[in-house]
Design a protein around this ligand. Structure first.
Ligand SMILES: [Zn+2]
Length: 259
């Protein structure tokens, strides 16, 4: 089975439509969405409606921290930086009863699909924790010994962490490596028989690895081939809509640079 793995759409409809079209050309059977459908971008309702319309192909959809914040779940918006906070409050005011209700159905717990564990944040903290460094990844591998391969979003950086335990002189040593990925990296096989993995497809609507193109991945669950894809989308379209909505300038500008 071929799966389209998307995360962190953040109300960016132009990016979402471009990704869906591009992925359609490559073919997929199911869609897994790792959360943060809204927040930052100018089209929260349209993105939620578009996502809802993808069912039943959309077999996994998770809540992200922005989805929670917009609903006022588990958070005080004051925990967000001022721009993100402004976007959260703006988004909250845009939602319709229907889109709010849909957002409210998104689960904040890990979901298991075959050998794949799926979360927004991290294995031990599915909504909030950022897996940004080998140190944090390692803590997750060691505290949560049961998962083989966990797909995460949240950091907006396409990346991969591997973990293996070596035994020497009767002692065990855990080793965690981050595999840095250049834009448009080659396909990789998720060899989670040998090592355990945490894998991030990057962000559809607000990439943060200095490549402004929308990021997503395709996963072949039989061959375990993971294909990273970057695709150009009309960034200015999203920026114009953000400007018209009065969203913070810094959030508008960052899309041009991918950070
Ligand atoms: Zn996000």
């Amino acid at each position: 089975m071929k799966v389209l793995v998307i995360s962190d759409i953040h109300g960016n409809l132009a990016a979402l439509e471009t990704v869906l079209k591009d992925a359609q050309g490559r073919g997929y059977d199911e869609i897994w969405c790792l959360g943060d459908v809204v927040g930052y971008g100018p089209d929260p309702n349209a993105c939620i409606e578009r996502l809802a319309a993808l069912e039943p192909q959309l077999t996994v959809r998770l809540a992200g921290n922005h989805d929670y914040a917009v609903l006022g779940k588990e958070i005080n918006v004051e925990d967000f930086n001022p721009e993100a906070q402004k976007a959260v409050l703006w988004t909250r005011a845009q939602l319709t009863d229907e889109t709010r209700a849909y957002l409210d159905t998104l689960p904040g717990q890990a979901v298991q699909r075959g050998p794949f564990m799926l979360v927004h944040g991290s294995p031990r903290d599915p909504v909030w924790e950022y897996v940004l460094s080998p140190r944090i990844a390692r803590e997750n591998f060691e505290e949560m010994p049961d998962f083989r391969c966990c797909l995460v979003g949240h950091t907006h950086v396409p990346t991969m962490f591997s973990y293996r335990v070596d035994r020497r002189d009767g002692q065990t040593f855990g080793r965690c490596l981050q595999h840095r990925l250049t834009p448009g990296p080659p396909d990789v096989t998720l060899a989670f028989d040998q090592v355990r993995l945490i894998v991030n497809p990057g962000s559809v609507g607000q990439p943060r690895d200095h490549d402004p193109r929308a990021s997503y991945a395709l996963l072949d669950t039989e061959t375990r081939l993971w294909t990273y894809v970057r695709v150009e989308y009309p960034i200015e379209e999203t920026q114009h809509r953000m400007l018209a909505a009065g969203l913070p300038e810094r959030l508008i500008n960052r899309l041009s640079f991918g950070w």
